[in-house]
Design a protein around this ligand. Structure first.
Ligand SMILES: CC(C)(COP(=O)([O-])OP(=O)([O-])OC[C@H]1O[C@@H](n2cnc3c(N)ncnc32)[C@H](O)[C@@H]1OP(=O)([O-])[O-])[C@@H](O)C(=O)NCCC(=O)NCCSC(=O)C[C@@](C)(O)CC(=O)[O-]
Ligand SMILES: NC(=O)C1=CN([C@@H]2O[C@H](COP(=O)(O)OP(=O)(O)OC[C@H]3O[C@@H](n4cnc5c(N)ncnc54)[C@H](OP(=O)(O)O)[C@@H]3O)[C@@H](O)[C@H]2O)C=CC1
Length: 648
């Protein structure tokens, strides 16, 4: 989007406004309608009751992909009518904002009012429109009538909450509209939407809301880190992950983990262009001067109470210049803050380099949400290292492997294997597993798991005789915050609270840095356990036990292999022994087949119970050379892994 200089400066003043954190993010449909829909709709974004302007903006109306270009009028002569109406619009906007803020609470009585009159015959669209225009918040229209206004594009579907003055009702009406588009609301039935505090979402976390997806949260720990104990919430649907991380924590419970944050700086890397490579080089040299850095820093730092520019790094590519702004951001992850500061500093740079074009505030030199070597080498967010000593007896008893096997495997897999795969920051087994689970639990930006999961895991024999294990995880780019983004949502905030890192720390930045250390230490625990499982050959077995559901899988044939203890028996019949009273007995149809020295038992896996017992009995009660019937009881899990085999 090209932004004129005038528009640009106007936008800048808007960004610098003290109310910037709470802009009016809503397109006012009433304004559009009151112009009879003839003139171009005006995107109003009021700050201090004024309408600010910028370049063309696209917005969606209704649930269809209907894009209308909305020019924010800027020049006073450009739209006299607009100018005339801006005062009343600002007034309406601010009134609506007040009502919206005051009344959009859960369980609003509006919902009930509407439900009670929903049996009446819907009024005409024109009649509804008149009512809608009259009311600041639409109380007296039924859901169906509101839907008719959405269909006719009098209310944008994404503004329903504001139009009806009740967040949950707005969401519920949007679901109805979506249900109609989908042909049925059947698919939405499993997606919950009630009893959620939507007030924290709007203008902050999500748009066009239709519900929320509950993700199970497990806990790993106690994690002993730097002589404190933490319980780490992990939101995941990968069975076995929490069990594994928990085992890692257990293995480290005596000796504990030590950690340090060695660097802290969120980055933004815009791309700017000059008429020539020489001019781009002049700018690069200019930025390297300490005096000029101060100018940039002054302009950057004034945009926030917490963001502080630390460093500028630049790279030339022809007449393009990429500038990497590195800043501390207190307890916030910092992307919004750093972007805002970068924009202000670039504007200042343009005062010296008039011929500089800002192509994009992000030129991928940051690099945000993409794999890149720069973050791996230079770091981004918090750069953390964690280490631990694991005694040999712990490796043997809890991890079921040996120090030498772990060290050998770590070299082969995490170093050599990753090297031949051409890995970039992926010198680990599954750092992303732990990072993502904690990110989701604590309201981090989940897309940032890609960079945050950069990690090198090292393992060495340790101690006088090299009997113990030294393990470390080095993570140069953990992008986390304890304020801002999704951290404000109640469940996520609760998970942060569990670890004592919710919100701002007394010394801003301490909470976010502690969270980064907890993440790195938990990654270390996860690495230790998974590597042990791989070394011991337990990966598949453990995943089939903890990580495969039979609830949404159609009953299928179950193949069970059990050693036949009496090889002299010609025939065998199988009796299914119920595990307990609750077993549904669906294994009763098991049949046995003779297969040389093994018995292959085939049956329908209709039970989701983890363990089923089978009794293998000699059918005739006698076999060659044997006088009494032999009986073998094989206990196995639902996937056919024998867990116990006893012969009577
Ligand atoms: C599953 C285990 C832990 C069993 O391991 P085990 O040694 O048989 O377990 P155990 O019953 O002897 O218990 C040992 C400890 O494990 C914990 N533990 C044990 N069970 C549970 C449970 N249900 N819930 C919570 N914690 C559990 C618990 O701390 C327990 O100590 P205790 O408290 O009894 O003194 C082990 O086999 C294991 O860690 N497997 C590895 C699984 C894993 O790490 N999965 C991660 C995902 S793999 C993947 O996605 C990435 C991959 C593999 O593709 C990456 C790559 O390419 O490498
Ligand atoms: N803009 C972008 O390009 C991108 C944005 N994001 C999104 O950005 C969001 C996170 O941005 P982020 O900048 O972290 O958060 P916010 O945009 O929420 O900014 C943090 C706010 O918290 C205030 N604050 C209060 N106390 C503190 C404290 N102790 N430390 C730091 N700030 C404090 C800041 O004050 P002050 O106003 O004084 O700075 C600022 O207003 C996420 O939703 C993420 O998904 C992700 C990637 C890219």
């Amino acid at each position: 989007m090209e932004v004129s200089e005038e528009c640009h400066s106007s936008f800048q003043s808007l960004e610098g406004s003290p109310q910037d954190g709470n802009p009016d993010r809503f397109f006012d449909a009433r304004e559009y309608e009151s112009s009879g829909g003839e003139e171009e709709p005006t995107c109003s974004r009021s700050v201090n009751n004024t309408v600010s302007a910028s370049g063309p903006v696209k917005f969606t109306v209704g649930d269809e992909k209907d894009y209308t270009t909305c020019h924010r009028h800027h020049h006073s002569g450009a739209a006299t009518k607009d100018h005339k109406s801006s005062k009343s619009r600002a007034k309406v906007d601010s009134e609506l904002e007040e009502i919206f803020t005051k009344k959009m609470h859960l369980g609003s009585p509006f919902h009930l009012v509407n439900s009670s009159i929903s049996n009446e015959k819907p009024r005409s669209v024109q009649e509804c429109l008149e009512i809608y225009r009259k009311e600041a918040v639409t109380k007296s229209l039924t859901d169906e009538e509101i839907i008719s206004l959405v269909k006719e594009k009098h209310i944008p579907a994404y503004q329903l909450e504001k139009a009806v003055g009740d967040m949950e009702r707005g969401v519920s009406i949007r679901r109805k509209i979506l249900g109609t588009s989908l042909g049925s609301d059947e698919s939405l039935k499993g997606l919950p939407f009630e009893n959620y505090d939507y007030s924290k979402i709007y203008g902050a976390c999500c748009e066009n809301v239709i519900g929320f997806v509950p993700v199970p949260v497990g806990v790993a720990g106690p994690l002993k880190l730097d002589n404190s104990i933490y319980h780490v919430p992990m939101a995941t649907t990968e069975g076995c992950l929490v069990a594994s991380t928990n085992r890692g924590c257990r293995a480290l419970s005596d000796t504990g983990i030590s950690s340090r944050v060695v660097a802290d700086g969120m980055t933004r890397g815009p791309v700017v262009r000059f008429p020539s490579a020489i001019r781009a080089s002049d700018a690069k040299i200019w930025l390297q001067d300490a005096k000029n850095f101060s100018i940039m820093k002054e302009n950057f730092d004034k945009t926030s109470r917490f963001a502080r520019l630390q460093k500028l790094q630049s790279q030339i590519a022809g007449r393009h210049l990429f500038i990497r702004f590195v800043a501390t951001t207190g307890d916030a992850m910092g992307m919004n803050m750093v972007s805002k500061g970068t924009e202000a500093a670039l504007n200042a740079l343009q005062e010296t380099f008039h011929d500089m074009e800002i192509l994009s505030l992000s030129g991928n030199y940051c690099t945000d949400k993409k794999s890149s070597a720069i973050n791996w080498i230079e770091g981004r967010g918090k750069s953390v290292v964690a280490e631990a000593i694991v005694p040999s007896r712990t490796v043997k008893n809890i991890l079921k492997t040996s120090v030498s096997a772990l060290v050998e495997l770590n070299i082969a897999k995490n170093l050599v294997g990753s090297a031949i795969a051409g890995s970039n920051g992926g010198f680990n087994a599954h750092a992303a597993n732990i990072v993502t689970a904690i990110f989701i639990a604590t309201g981090q930006d989940p897309a940032q798991n890609i960079v945050s999961s950069n990690c090198i895991t090292l393992m060495e024999p340790y101690g006088e005789n090299g009997e113990d294990l030294h393990i470390s995880c080095t993570m140069p780019s953990v992008e986390v915050g304890t304020v801002g983004g999704g951290t404000v949502l109640p469940a996520q905030s609760s998970c942060l609270e569990m670890m004592g890192v919710r919100g701002s720390a007394e010394n801003p930045g301490e909470n976010a840095r502690l969270l980064a250390r907890i993440i790195c230490a938990t990654v270390l625990a996860g690495e230790l356990s998974l590597m042990a499982a791989l070394a011991a050959g337990h990966l598949v077995r453990s995943h089939l036990r903890h990580n495969r559901s039979s609830t949404n899988v159609a009953p299928e044939s179950l193949s069970v292999f059990a050693e036949k203890h009496d090889t002299s028996t010609e025939e065998a019949s199988v009796h299914v022994q119920k595990c307990n009273e609750e077993d549904d007995g669906s294994f009763a149809s098991l049949i046995s087949r003779k297969d040389s020295k093994r018995e292959r038992l085939v049956g329908a896996a209709g039970s989701s119970r983890p363990t089923v017992s089978f009794k293998l009995t000699n059918s005739s009660g006698s076999s060659r050379g044997r006088s009494s019937p032999s009986e073998t009881v094989v206990k196995m899990d639902i996937l056919g892994f024998p867990t116990e085999c006893k012969q009577s």
